[in-house]
Design a protein around this ligand. Structure first.
Ligand code: FRU
Length: 449
């Protein structure tokens, strides 16, 4: 009780468990990122929000804007529950050609979650449209759903423009592992063109075209909420996967991933870090660091890479080398400090895989590479990662309540929530071939100060 009182009297954004460079709601619950769209210099981040409690419920689209994807200003809630239901996940686009005739700056497609509030008892889940003529500040809903109920709790419409057919394409989650694609000339009248089963995935589809790095080719990517992805071709109606679903994310907490629309060939993805513990805080849950997605040719074929946006360099306040020591290290020896006393770090390390484990010790957390199993492990989660020319590269972002690890320039990531610990703030790399290893820690400034 006393703790709760102390927390309540703390100024917003300076609470002890407030992430310092990850997005959180000012107050209340947050889950999926929604309506990610760039418009006239602003990145919009709408999000599944309970404005009245730190638990899930009363789903509303919260809203924040940023000029750099890091410093966010939360605005009044954008789309609120009504007689069709609470407002579940969806997307937003810029209707450049005014195909809808709505003369809007931004158009959002979202799910009205029938039956999830008192006013919507007996109503089914439908897909609805809202538009804004003032850069997302206020929204007007169309009276009728644009896609009627199809199955179960069908939801999470994600819209993208398909230039060759001059049509909008909408990916929708139906039920089980089943998704649908629809097309429309005007965002209001939708025709279903395909049903797909994505093994191991459900909810929050994303669907977009992406260049193959270093070539003129482009491919279409389809992701489910857990970030598993298909690479394939799309003729404007039917998506044809060319590989079995793959994963880039292996951490415990990255869900409901969605990418920004209207950034030309850039694809920035944000996920909900679905977990963590925020006792006595006015808010609950956080987003991942925004990441650029790129499609690269590798020796295994095309793969999607996920890597923190370059904008994060603007938060760097200082650089210190990390002490490097012959493995296996005497791990009971106290770390002698080379890294400033900061709970916000951006670390880069590179080392020969060798024949013994390498461990990056970071303020009481460990990121380890096992060269025999070829696995990268952090906070109990493991990803397969083969060395590139015998070497492994790591990028690690440490915030108060998260640890995000990227292996070999984003070939794999491990995004996981954690609670602050009381270990000394320090860093040290223990590796079999120290003379050929490099490791640097950068301290970061808070985006809230
Ligand atoms: C995913 C999800 C979506 C739904 C939303 C409701 O986390 O279950 O499918 O639209 O959350 O908050």
């Amino acid at each position: 009780m006393l703790l709760a009182l102390i927390a309540m009297t703390q100024a917003l954004y300076s609470e002890p468990l407030r992430p310092q460079f990850h997005f959180t709601a000012q107050k209340g619950w947050l889950n999926d990122p929604n309506g990610l769209v760039f418009y006239e210099g602003e990145y919009h981040l709408f999000f599944q929000h309970n404005p009245f409690s730190t638990e899930w419920g009363n789903m509303t689209w919260g809203h924040a804007v940023s000029k750099d994807l890091l410093h966010w200003q939360q605005l009044p809630n954008a789309i609120e529950p009504d007689a069709k239901g609470t407002i579940y996940s969806g997307s937003a686009i810029v209707d450049h050609g005014n195909t809808s005739g709505l003369n809007a700056d931004l158009i959002a497609l979202y799910t009205a979650a029938g039956g999830k509030n008192d006013a919507s008892k007996g109503q089914p889940f439908t897909q609805c449209l809202a538009y804004s003529r003032d850069k997302g500040r206020t929204w007007t809903k169309l009276d009728k759903p644009v896609i009627n109920h199809i199955a179960a709790e069908n939801r999470d419409p994600k819209v993208v423009w398909h230039a060759p057919s001059k049509k909008w394409v909408l990916a929708l989650y139906l039920d089980g592992e089943t998704f649908s694609l629809f097309t429309s000339p005007n965002l209001k009248d939708w025709t279903e063109t395909q049903r797909l089963q994505m093994p191991g995935s459900n909810e929050c589809p994303d669907f977009f075209e992406i260049p193959v790095a270093g070539s003129k080719d482009k491919k279409w990517i389809f992701t489910g909420a857990n970030g598993r992805y298909w690479i394939g071709g799309f003729d404007g109606k039917v998506f044809r996967p060319e590989i079995a679903p793959m994963a880039v994310e292996f951490g415990a907490h990255n869900y409901a991933v969605q990418t920004y629309d209207n950034l030309k060939d850039r694809r920035v993805q944000i996920g909900w870090m679905n977990g963590g513990s925020f006792p006595n805080m006015p808010f609950n849950q956080q987003m991942t660091i925004p990441c650029d997605l790129t499609l690269l040719k590798t020796s295994d074929g095309l793969r999607l890479f996920r890597y923190p946006i370059a904008e994060i360099e603007k938060l760097w306040t200082g650089t210190s080398p990390i002490r490097i020591q012959q493995a296996p290290a005497n791990e009971t020896a106290p770390f002698s400090g080379s890294v400033p006393d900061s709970d916000l770090l951006d670390v880069e390390a590179e080392f020969e895989a060798g024949d013994k484990p390498t461990i990056l010790h970071l303020s009481g957390y460990q990121v380890s590479y096992d060269p025999l199993a070829k696995t990268l492990t952090a906070l109990g989660r493991t990803a397969y990662l083969a060395p590139e020319k015998g070497r492994i590269k790591l990028r690690v972002l440490l915030d108060r309540t998260s640890l995000e690890v990227f292996g070999n320039d984003g070939r794999v990531s491990l995004s996981t929530c954690k609670s602050p610990n009381s270990a000394p703030k320090n860093a040290f790399l223990s590796t079999p071939n120290p003379t050929t290893a490099k490791a640097t820690a950068r301290t970061l400034k808070s985006v809230w100060k």
